[in-house]
Ligand binder design. Sequence first.
Ligand SMILES: C[S@@+](CC[C@H](N)C(=O)[O-])C[C@H]1O[C@@H](n2cnc3c(N)ncnc32)[C@H](O)[C@@H]1O
Length: 272
Amino acid sequence: MHSSPTWDPGQYLRHAGHRTRPFLDLLARVPDLPTAPGSPPRIADLGCGAGNVTVHLFDRWPDAHVTGLDNSAEMLEAARAHTPPEGGGRLDFRLADAARWIPDEPFDLIVSNALLQWVPGHTESFPAWVAALRPGGTFAFQVPGNFTAPSHTLLAELSTSPRWRDRLPTPRAHSTPVLDPAAYLEHLAALGCEVDAWETTYIQMLTGPDPVLDWVKGTALRPVLTALEDDPTARDTFLAEYAALLREAYPPGPHGTAFPFRRIFVVARTAA
Ligand SMILES: C[S@@+](CC[C@H](N)C(=O)[O-])C[C@H]1O[C@@H](n2cnc3c(N)ncnc32)[C@H](O)[C@@H]1O
């Protein structure tokens, strides 16, 4: 069973701080853009979500024209509340499916934070995206690399248990939604890019009751919550069972609940 998960901007933004840091770490490795003097950099943010990381692009390129693209009308509605900060930049948002998006204009930077794990076969789009970059332009993305962590394996085990398997989508832990950094490097180097690829495991300190469950509700649990949205009793039962498993795997300590989170980063620059 597969259905597109619905996204909840409010739930997603509850952990905005932890989600922003990898984006800033990614941007720190993006080289200067090839923009001609006097013309603003053209930037696409693919899978922009609620736009909360998109606006950080203006910290580095205050006069940029940034277009955020996402396939969730709910996320885009939240994103449209953002305006570009002072600096002469321009910000707009468009509905687009990353699985089919082919840029129809040249970009200096195509950036994507925490999207491509939702797009099966995304490396097949790399040639079109790299081809849309101006010479010396950059394609930069970050994806989670924690699909074998207990948060995911426990979700997969519970979802495929006899009690739940007929009601829920096939869990993503049974597929490989992202590649390792070296494999991404190979794909993009083969397209003529100079590639910087790496991984980092952040030890995120989460607070409050069932904080890992709260985190996962904004991302990996979306398909389950969508599948059970018409049956609140079943949804609550599932959440209680999953929460108990998470409490065992990630016990709270004196300073909060440590939640290790591996992320994969890739910055690919075309020849100038
Ligand atoms: C984890 S959020 C990341 C949002 C934002 N980039 C950030 O870092 O906060 C993933 C986003 O990808 C979007 N998304 C999922 N599948 C998509 C697709 N096929 N095309 C475009 N956007 C997609 C979701 O709507 C959601 O806004």
